[in-house]
Design a protein around this ligand. Structure first.
Ligand SMILES: *[C@@H]1O[C@H](CO)[C@@H](O)[C@H](O)[C@H]1NC(C)=O
Ligand SMILES: *[C@@H]1O[C@H](CO)[C@@H](O)[C@H](O)[C@H]1NC(C)=O
Length: 134
């Protein structure tokens, strides 16, 4: 849990900034091989920014995907892709062909032009539950 604790420390040091990320879904269940979409919205006055999805599983946090805001296409990493709607300030994670190992908690995050400050969603991370096909 050491990695996660340092993420929370980042949240605290940036809480005065007028930037937010939010997730409203809380929990989602899909079966193996189905697709899953996890929603995230954000707000920032920066014109240059980076958006991230992180996965937390068994106390380890790993980067799933990064979207650079100025790019005119949706980032893709194997079975993971984003649906980035810049005007709507929405940044969904789409997982195709779900595997059991995708079951985890997913956080979205925003990094503005101040390079060391990353804003994470706090209490609202999405838990994704994958069940095997009966
Ligand atoms: C991402 O894909 C969605 C759905 O196809 C599309 O509406 C959106 O414009 C795309 N975003 C970018 C930045 O290309
Ligand atoms: C995940 O979903 C399966 C099937 O719906 C359920 O049996 C299991 O309890 C769920 N696990 C969690 C952690 O919610």
């Amino acid at each position: 849990m050491a990695v996660l604790s340092s993420l929370w420390a980042v949240v605290i040091t940036t809480s005065s900034m007028a930037q937010t990320v939010s997730q409203h879904q809380q929990e989602k269940s899909v079966q193996v091989a189905e697709s899953a979409t996890l929603d995230c919205t954000y707000d920032t006055s920066d014109t240059n920014y980076f958006l991230f999805w992180y996965k937390q599983q068994g106390g380890q946090v790993t980067l799933v995907i990064l979207q650079e805001a100025y790019k005119q296409y949706n980032a893709t990493e194997n079975r993971f892709s984003v649906n980035f709607q810049k005007a709507a300030k929405s940044f969904s994670l789409e997982i195709s062909d779900s595997q059991l190992g995708d079951a985890a908690t997913y956080f979205c995050a925003l990094r503005g032009s101040h390079k060391l400050q990353i804003i994470f969603t706090q209490d609202e991370a999405d838990a994704l539950n994958i069940s095997s096909v009966q």
